[in-house]
Ligand binder design. Structure first.
Ligand code: FAD
Length: 394
């Protein structure tokens, strides 16, 4: 005999727990099923263990989607201030790191604890280690779930099963398959907020520089991010690269400005005048990490004193510093990606409630939907906001 609820939520991640809390507070009988051995695993590992739980500057422009207007309504109705109020109510200390990014002072565990305490207060049941075996729509319109922990029915079914990133943490393509089972289109998925890989001479030139970090401006397909870049064994990472990776696809041009805050040509000309005997690599080391500057010079031309560079040569070097010629060969993929781009097509969902336009009572929230935020707390804000939007009606 199936146990009956008002709302079934698949996935005890950020979006699923927020939805469950919101629906539970309305006295809906809510069950959350989670196949992993604990809830909120991605929250736990997020923000280097301190969970960058929101961004105070969250705006629709910080999200990628085939339908850029879709996220507006939910984001406007559950704001960073709403989530911060909950964090403060639970006495969790937090601080702004940079650019509106809020992190826990202590641990991401506090955010998971807060969500579970809220679930308990709202009478929500969370079933852990519970694999979903079958999902069906009843003739009467409700939903029936067969799981490893028994069968459950409810009038509303909320899919909050996340994307494909970090499969070792419980990520699965489950939500996409379920969407397709109910006739929904799923837009092609790919890894986002992910390190880029290099090959051939591009990689060889960076040999031995792994661990070197510098501020750059990374641009691709009209998006630009000014932040740190980190050289890795396989290619490039760091916030600026992770951000731009969401806009990059194989074959796309990538532009890296290695001296975004400087007019390199004017700087080089001035240095030639002030220190004619100083070598180029010494001059560049003042503005770039020393080993990096040295390697750049080796790749370009024999290192020589500044006085021996003529105008066109200085102009050429400056141009390369502002537009470093680099071609990415790929990304590190879902294994290390923070998010999955693409997903359930929003054109068949209500932007006010996240409900399917095809199947009444069916909802898709969080990362499984084709809405992906920038790095910096935006993805959690989308999870809270979309979870809340569904939770007030489901
Ligand atoms: C390393 C890392 C660090 C991150 N740091 C940040 C950060 O600091 N700030 C930020 O904003 N974003 C961050 N993100 C992104 C953020 O974690 C996600 O965008 C967010 O967790 C998405 O929430 P969600 O609830 O949609 O999915 P998830 O949090 O992934 O939750 C989905 C849940 O569904 C469960 N599930 C999947 N399939 C099934 C099934 N068949 N049956 C039952 N349960 C199932 C999963 O086990 C999981 O618990 C980070 C991501 C990673 C990987």
């Amino acid at each position: 005999m199936a146990e009956s609820f008002d709302v079934l939520v698949i996935g005890a991640g950020a979006a699923g727990l927020m939805c469950a809390i919101t629906a539970g507070r309305r006295d809906r009988r809510v069950l959350v099923v989670e196949h992993a051995n604990k809830p909120g695993k991605k929250i736990l590992m997020s923000g280097g263990g301190r969970c960058n739980f929101t961004n105070t500057g969250t705006a629709p422009e910080n999200f990628l989607s085939a339908n850029p207007h879709y996220c507006k309504s939910a984001l406007a109705r559950y704001t960073p201030a709403d989530f911060i109020a909950m964090v403060e109510r639970h006495g969790i200390g937090y601080h702004e790191k940079e650019l509106g990014q809020l992190f826990c002072d202590q641990s991401s565990r506090q955010i998971v604890r807060m969500l579970l305490d809220e679930c308990e207060a709202a009478g929500v049941r969370v079933e852990i280690g519970c694999g979903v075996e079958d999902v069906r729509q009843d003739e009467g319109g409700g939903f029936a779930l067969r799981t490893s922990h028994g069968s459950f029915t409810a009038a509303s079914l909320v899919v909050a099963s996340g994307g494909l990133s970090i499969p070792s943490m419980g990520a699965s393509g489950f939500g996409y398959r379920l969407a397709q089972q109910f006739g929904h289109a799923v837009l092609p998925t790919r890894a986002g907020l992910v390190p880029l890989t290099l090959s051939g001479t591009h990689l060889e030139r960076l040999d031995g520089l792994s661990g070197v970090s510098l501020p750059v401006e990374a641009s691709c397909n009209g998006a630009s991010f000014r932040n740190a870049m980190l050289v890795t064994h396989r290619g490039l990472s760091g916030p600026s690269i992770l951000q731009v990776s969401s806009y990059w696809q194989p074959g796309d041009a990538l532009r890296l400005d290695l001296l975004p805050a400087l007019d390199a040509e004017a700087f080089l000309r001035e240095q030639r005048q002030l220190r004619p005997d100083a070598e180029l690599k010494t001059v560049l080391s003042e503005r770039l990490p020393r080993r990096f500057a040295q390697r750049l010079c080796e790749a370009w031309q024999p290192n020589r004193p500044m006085r021996r560079f003529n105008e066109p040569e200085l102009r050429d070097i400056a141009a390369q510093l502002h537009h470093w010629p680099i071609t990415a060969s790929g990304t590190e993929g879902y294994r290390t990606a923070e998010v999955t781009l693409g997903g359930v097509d929003t054109r068949e969902l209500s932007s006010a409630t996240m409900e399917s336009r095809r199947v009444p009572g069916l909802y898709f929230i969080g990362e499984v939907v084709d809405v992906t935020g920038w790095l910096g707390g935006y993805n959690f804000q989308w999870a809270w906001a979309s979870g809340h939007a569904a939770g007030v009606v489901a």
